[in-house]
Ligand binder design. Sequence first.
Ligand code: PA5
Length: 461
Amino acid sequence: MAITLDHNFSMAEFVGPENGLQEKDLENLTPRLEEIDQQIKTWRQEGTIGFFDLPYQEETAKKINKLAKKLKEWCWDLLVLGIGGSALGAKALHQALCHPSHNLFPPARRSYHSRLFVADNIDPDYLYGILDAVELRRTVVNVISKSGSTAETIAQFLFVYSLLKGRLGADKVRDRIVLTTDPEKGMLRHLVQNEGFPSLSVPPNVGGRFSVLAAVGLFPAAMVGVDIEELLEGARFMDQRLRSASISQNLAYRLAACYYLFLSQKARPIQVIMPYAAGLTGIADWFCQLWGESLGKKYALDGSIVHVGPTPVRAVGVTDQHSQLQLYMEGPPDKIITFLEVDKFQHTLAIPRLYPEMEGMHYLGGHSFAELLQAEKKATAFNLIKAGRPNLTLHLPEINPFTLGQLIYLFEVTVVVLGRLLNINPFDQPGVEGGKQTTYGLMGRQGFESQRQEVENAPPV
Ligand code: PA5
């Protein structure tokens, strides 16, 4: 059940020396990767970067399962209020690991696991629409904010809290709202301490977009029926695999090295992630956030500012074969495409053999949809290399919690290694924080007057 990487189609032998990588270029990165490897070991020893430890938090998973079990005795709907790293992981796990129509089924058809609604936008019509759809009296609200201060999430909390209080009364409302936040700091923790809301913790050394394997992603996943212990087991499996591999055999290092070379030597700044599985669409969105926020950075070098970072793009096979693929095939040669291919689907769905007199239909009969999907992926990858367009494939033997745990952890380590190859700090997000602070100023939060002034003094647009 191990994920594998096939990077043949990214190599010069297949796409030509101008477009593809040479083994020696990858080998040349070994000393740099050794330094990064050492740095990662130090972080782990010092406990500075916490996501490396999440796969081993089996006790947390047990505690979360216990809470979820208790809540599911009466809860039909889980409403997540959160954004960015506090939302995308939960959405991705739900989409990948639950029945595609999970939210459309009545409770018995989903074995009394909750439906999941993730309100990661404050568009009032969207929020209204979600609140209109949930069974408020049977809803648990999970407010997720590591900082406990993000304006979007706090505004949603205030609204939903008042709504529930009005419907259920002040004493009942508190058991309906689970706050997931920093274990000690922030306004949400303050509410836990002072008003007794149930809570879960995000370890302080785990950044938002690296927190899917913490309570941030695990609690919603447990509520919808995902086997979260298996998910962590998959991540542990990947961690051990990466740690026991040599630099040249290390999947994350190899992937990061390929991406780095395409970016720095082959002028391919766009990294397309293209799962050939509709259920992995959310994982592709999660990947885009992980890549965008971790890698899009600037740093000072010899008195000038260097801006770096690949642009992540989500495409989904086969849907985007009929949308973006033309651009990838003949547009600017500035992309590297990573396919996620699933070897075995839960259902294969045979295509009936009908209309023998019409070859244009008949040839499909006897094949399955799974075969057709795999043929489409193969055809796309092949046509891309014919056009000199490099691509990589990560194979998932199946989509299940074990393989998803591996994939998530693999991408997290890869983004860190790629960030270090680019000489940036993959763990901060000053650009996002800047936007948050300007919003505080514009909305009249005390202490952010200068941010407001700055906008008001700007020339009119
Ligand atoms: O990855 C990140 O750090 C961000 O995307 C955050 O997750 C996002 O801004 C939400 O922050 P918070 O959880 O503090 O509300």
